[in-house]
Design a protein around this ligand. Sequence first.
Ligand code: FAD
Ligand code: 8R5
Length: 447
Amino acid sequence: MTTPNSLTIFGAGLAGALLATLLARRGVPVTVYERRPDPRIHGYEGGRSINLALAERGMAALRVAGLARPVLDQAVMMRGRMVHHTDGHAELLRYGRDDSEVIWSVHRGRLNLTLLDAAEAAGAKLHFDQRLVEADFEAGLARLRDETSGREHAIAAPAMIGADGAGSALRQAMARVADLGERFEPLGHSYRELEIPPAADGGFRIEPNALHIWPRGGYMGIALPNAERTFTVTLFLPNEGAPSFATVRTVPEGRALFERDFADLLPLVPEFDEDWARNPVSPLGTLRLDRWRLGGRALLIGDAAHAIVPFHGQGMNCAFEDCVALDALLAEAPDLETAFARFEASRKPNADAIADMAIENYVEMRDLVDDPDFLLKKQIERALAERLPGRFVPRYSLVSFTTTPYAEAKARGARQWAIVEELARGKTRLDQLDLERAAALAAARLG
Ligand code: FAD
Ligand code: 8R5
């Protein structure tokens, strides 16, 4: 391989810090500029317990970096969806076959600290309070603003990687000199966060080892556990209509919605009024680009290249997969331009596929409301997976428990779901399932 002279990464978030670790370990000189202060000195910004679901793709990337163990040690296992119905009863729908197929709730701040320590230990140079404001790709120069002094200065950066998130400044700089084919598709739904504190005895107030869902048709609430025995609750609502963030705005309006639709959740959030008033409503959407690079001079990765809606819990997992893919390509390609081109060609179809599947999973999560037809199909899917192991693998499992490329998971998922729909036609109960026909269909269509 030709080791690039040096790579400059903008953003020391999840992707930037992991990529810096992987590159530095191979001896590539890497410098990282991050807009925010060093969280190891100033504490993690925001300070709230914001958690993320880590699945197999993210775990596989952490394994490559030798960081899976330290991250898992601080994570909470989530075995399945705990579905909270309107009448107050709850049931656990397992994600996988057993505890080897689970997802993990991790603390964003702590994960970021672990990655920053690893990057620095591997030899990456990290600079905080340094915001990218402009880039001159011809000259190989980047302009940074020191956020403490407000002063701007230029640095040499012949090869720039934008890991600066959904609002990427590098993307904006690239878009000033080339058409990236950028479009943002708003979802039309937004979210607001609330918190379930520990119980009086210091324990979890609800089942810790689950991802809780309160599906309500057109909208829903979810809760992920934190190691400190709290839960981060997220309410997803449409922007317009009833109920929506347009009609449910004030604290009393929020309370009234919860009293009606989330009656069992409300008493678990004792600081509802404060949380509702303090936490912003954040919009959701999908960012797609036709191009992620400028020759061999600049490349976008993670959310900067492909921000997606949260409903598959795959944004970080996909960003981590980007890092491993890029590191491997840089290790073997003859030059940066080739590596960047191969990265774009191989990752774009997969980024598009997870963007689509994430939108679809919102409908799936919301529809866990008592839709008997949908629930029967989910039962059939599970039954086929048990009887045809390896041949019929539910799409959720392909996405969350394997590293099968997202585009392949989407295509295989579509073929499998067509079989489920065919088998479900005219049926109301699982015991009416024609197993021989199921096996024949699977053999004919799934190879
Ligand atoms: P980020 O992690 O956003 O990092 C970008 C970094 O760049 C930041 O540190 C930022 O300060 C810095 N930066 C920005 N602008 C500049 C600039 N001009 N100059 C220098 N630095 C800059 N994904 C999952 O897989 N599972 C989940 O359960 C999940 N839950 C989520 C929950 C929430 C509330 C949110 C908001 C997202 C969630 N995601 C989840 C998505 C996940 O957070 C992102 O996909 C992931 O963080 C992307 O990593 P990134 O490094 O590309 O961007
Ligand atoms: N991200 C998640 C899933 C899939 C769960 C399932 C869903 C909150 C802003 Cl909405 C959501 C999932 O299909 O049963 N796994 O992980 C994480 C999710 O939301 C995160 C916490 C979130 C952005 C707000």
